[in-house]
Design a protein around this ligand. Structure first.
Ligand code: 1HE
Length: 270
């Protein structure tokens, strides 16, 4: 763990040997820990990710995910592909979907700190996170086309929502690799930082996120993507319900009082 304030997680989280998980107050840091294999996602690692994201201690309000070694994640562990039947292939993809859904639609926002390779299933994992911070070394690829595969970890649903189906088509058909600046320009990352600064930036963002009212964060990660998938009319109706639920919460009322009585910060560019 690079951040000394983070103490190793306990309980079921401590049993996940392919992940390093530390907690510091309301922020957890989960690190993919298969650097010898460039954090390639074998079945065990995907299952451990799923387990972690349904077992956060109640005090955790935001999570940072990063990768140990020179790369964030090399995608699917190709050594496990073997000879799967069609049905086994579907089940394998659905197992990934369950893990990625646990990240995107889990209890708390997730900030990814990216560096080096973010390829194939690694990009699918990154796109299941809510905020992406990319170091200068980051590069993005979808080599499934070259490997004779198709995305199976949610990439066809999530990546086009970030960069559009046309750009994803280019990456998959031609093997085009985007560097950190190109990824930032097309919207793969929200923040672009220098090498070595990704985790610290992600933790700083996670701390800000953790300070929001939990129900507001819930609304952003649960309601917003669903509303985006609805018709405008249905989306507006769901928005009204979510807004009323959020503003009825005691945390919202307290924050209103704090602002009106001069105890809350003003909106300002950091
Ligand atoms: C792996 C994997 C892997 C590395 N599965 N073992 N993903 C890919 O097609 C990406 C394949 N990997 C690469 O292109 C490169 O490894 C990297 C650019 C990510 C990193 O390069 P480098 O020079 O730092 O490392 P390396 O020497 O290539 O690899 C180090 C070791 O990791 C080596 O094993 P070793 O036993 O010889 O030391 C590699 O074999 C191993 N390794 N990547 C298995 N992916 C839900 S569907 C998702 C579909 C996909 O994700 S397809 C894309 C798969």
């Amino acid at each position: 763990m690079t951040l000394p304030a983070f103490v190793p997680a306990t309980g079921v989280l401590a049993t996940l040997d392919l992940l390093q998980i530390g907690v510091d107050g309301d922020v957890a840091h989960l690190r993919l820990a298969r650097p010898d294999k460039r954090n390639a996602l074998n079945d065990a690692l995907v299952r451990q990710l799923h387990t972690a994201f349904v077992n956060w201690p109640a005090a955790v309000r935001a999570v940072v995910i990063s990768g140990e070694g020179r790369h964030f994640c090399a995608g699917l562990d190709l050594s496990e592909l073997g000879e799967r039947s069609t049905f086994e292939g579907v089940a394998h993809s659905r197992m990934w979907h369950a893990a990625m859904d646990a990240i995107q639609f889990g209890p708390v926002p997730v900030v990814a700190a990216l560096h080096g390779a973010v390829v194939g299933g690694g990009l699918e994992l990154a796109s299941a996170c809510h905020i992406r911070v990319a170091e200068a070394s980051t590069f993005y690829g979808l080599p499934e086309g070259q490997r004779g595969l198709f995305v199976g970890g949610g990439g066809s649903a999530r990546v086009p929502r970030l960069i559009g189906a046309a750009r994803m088509t280019d990456m998959m058909l031609t093997g085009r690799v985007l560097d950190a600046d190109e990824g930032q320009a097309v919207g793969l990352s929200h923040y672009r930082v220098a090498d070595g600064e990704g985790v610290a930036k992600a933790v700083a963002l996670a701390r800000r996120i953790a300070a929001n009212a939990p129900l507001s964060n819930f609304a952003v990660i649960q309601a917003l993507p669903r509303i985006a998938d609805l018709s405008q009319s249905d989306g507006l109706f769901v928005e009204s319900l979510m807004a009323a639920i959020a503003q009825g919460d005691e945390a919202a009322k307290q924050r209103m009082r704090d602002f009106l009585e001069g105890r809350a910060g003003k909106v300002a560019k950091a």
